[in-house]
Design a protein around this ligand. Structure first.
Ligand SMILES: CC[C@H](C(=O)O)C(=O)SCCNC(=O)CCNC(=O)[C@H](O)C(C)(C)COP(=O)(O)OP(=O)(O)OC[C@H]1O[C@@H](n2cnc3c(N)ncnc32)[C@H](O)[C@@H]1OP(=O)(O)O
Ligand code: CO
Length: 144
């Protein structure tokens, strides 16, 4: 059911410092900060040849990553995001298997404009999992 690793998210206490480290020390392609008020985070995406790193910083007092940064003040790996072709079907299959989908169970639009859901870390070997629906590219038409 799961496909490509879309991104690895790292919660960071200082977004500017983390962005500079990835750009200047590691020589990676680093994007601009993006505020996502609906998710309570500011994100910066680092594009790697085979996946992305999502640098996460709290936006607002109700941010879901405030508690994580309190427990991990230097920052740390926060979640993995896997691509799925049909997020509704994935959610139904996972809830039937007993996994907890976070929030009200309805997908929200994530940083890439695609529907996303989160799964409780206690149900996935201590790892918070994000699912992102990435539509399949149109099949090329068969040559006639
Ligand atoms: C969608 C926009 C963007 C994108 O990619 O497009 C993003 O990725 S936004 C990312 C930020 N959004 C979220 O994380 C939404 C889902 N998260 C949540 O609902 C909460 O953060 C939750 C429920 C995972 C944790 O809630 P809380 O911070 O209140 O912590 P608790 O003390 O209730 O945690 C319970 C238990 O789980 C452990 N925990 C918490 N966070 C993580 C984590 N990231 N990875 C692994 N384990 C985690 C925590 O330590 C507690 O364990 P315990 O043994 O009881 O101490
Ligand atoms: Co994410």
């Amino acid at each position: 059911m799961i496909g490509k690793l879309n991104h690895v998210a790292i919660a960071v206490p200082d977004l500017q410092a983390a962005s500079a480290q990835y750009r200047d020390t590691l020589g990676a392609q680093v994007g601009a900060p993006q505020d996502l008020p609906e998710h309570g985070v500011t994100v910066v995406f680092v594009t790697l040849p085979n996946t992305k790193i999502e640098l996460l910083h709290p936006l607002g007092a109700d941010s879901p990553i405030v508690g994580f940064l309190e427990k991990n003040p230097a920052g740390g790996i926060h979640h993995l995001c896997y691509e799925v072709a049909d997020i509704g079907a994935a959610r139904d299959r996972l809830t039937a298997a007993g996994a907890r989908v976070l929030g009200d169970g309805e997908p929200k639009i994530g940083a890439h404009g695609n529907p996303v859901l989160f799964l409780h870390p206690k149900d996935f070997t201590g790892t918070l999992v994000e699912l992102e629906e990435v539509g399949k590219a149109a099949e090329p038409e068969a040559a006639s």
